[in-house]
Design a protein around this ligand. Sequence first.
Ligand SMILES: *Cc1c(COP(=O)(O)O)cnc(C)c1O
Length: 385
Amino acid sequence: MSAIQELETQYSTGIYAKRDLTVVRGEGARLWDEDGKVYIDCIGGMGVASVGHANPKVAKAIAEQAQTLITCHELLYNDRRAQLLEKLAQVTPAGLDRFFLCNSGTEAIEGAIKFARMSTGKSGIVATMRGYHGRTLGSLSATWAPKSDEHFGPLPGGFQHVAYNKLDDLAEKIDDDTAAVLLEIVQGEGGVRPASAEYLQGVQQLCRERDVLLIVDEVQTGFGRTGAFFACEHYGLEPDIMTMAKAIAGGVPMGALAIGPRVQTIHKGTHSSTFGGNPLACAAACAVIDVMQEERLPERAAEVGAYFKEKLEAIDSKKAREVRGLGLLLGVELKTKVGPLLREFMQRGVLVAAAGTTVLRFLPPLVITTDDVDTVVDQVADVLQ
Ligand SMILES: *Cc1c(COP(=O)(O)O)cnc(C)c1O
């Protein structure tokens, strides 16, 4: 264990299961460790580094804003925040044109739950099995984590879980007290499981018919990851509330939720965030949106993702069960546990995430080159032999 690792081990709680690697620098889709060894990064800070590590345009925007104004509570107006809100309205799906800014994905979900309950006057939230929405107590109630009550209970009530991709199950569970349905378009942490188009369109229709709000969690799928700016676009979905975070500000902590016209009743002063909408994060997010548009990163994710997926599918291995995903959110379900393989990939200079215990998950920066994809796929093929 290196001196850095000893310090972290001594002074952190131990709640994270860490890998034996200390990262000190990044560029594009590459990371370097403390000994100068280079890695191709298919973790991307868990889907955060979409514009690439140390993106020069984002770094410049952060540096300039840091020298101008870092903090400005939302009780005052700010130029950078106004600019970001306008940009968000331009890139989010039709109908979504008002935003609440916060600092993480789980906070975006907390806000979504509160806005849905406040607007409808109802309390029920129907989420999905294997869904992931974060770790604070409200989000945890929505996350499919059956053992959480044991460690952290009692959790906030009013939550139910239905089978994902099964419209009948959802139709049955919605009742008179249901405020909203909450789901991901591709379940990320839950194993890289895309929903079918018929299911998603059916969910939206059902929500409208039964007067229930539709909350789509795009924390992982948003900002180009799946080959569209938002995954909703693939299916023509117009959710009532959409949550964002991860890649939104290139790694500067930020979350956001968007609301549409069906979210009507908003009582002033019932929700807030000290850091939410701070100029530093807003400047970073503005730069991220600019880079995504200038470099056509959603289109790039679609192209490189399709190439990557095809190559993964072509691997002939008895250990692989299925390749799934959309754009550059890809998963390989194995017949064995992924844990020991992650270490092997690391030794071969490739960083791969897991989703659950049996799925290899690839979330590289959207700027990853096809040469790097080739190298990754060669290593996957080798390790799975
Ligand atoms: C990561 C994630 C969250 C939680 O985001 P944090 O920033 O870790 O709180 C919520 N929903 C989805 C779909 C996620 O992937």
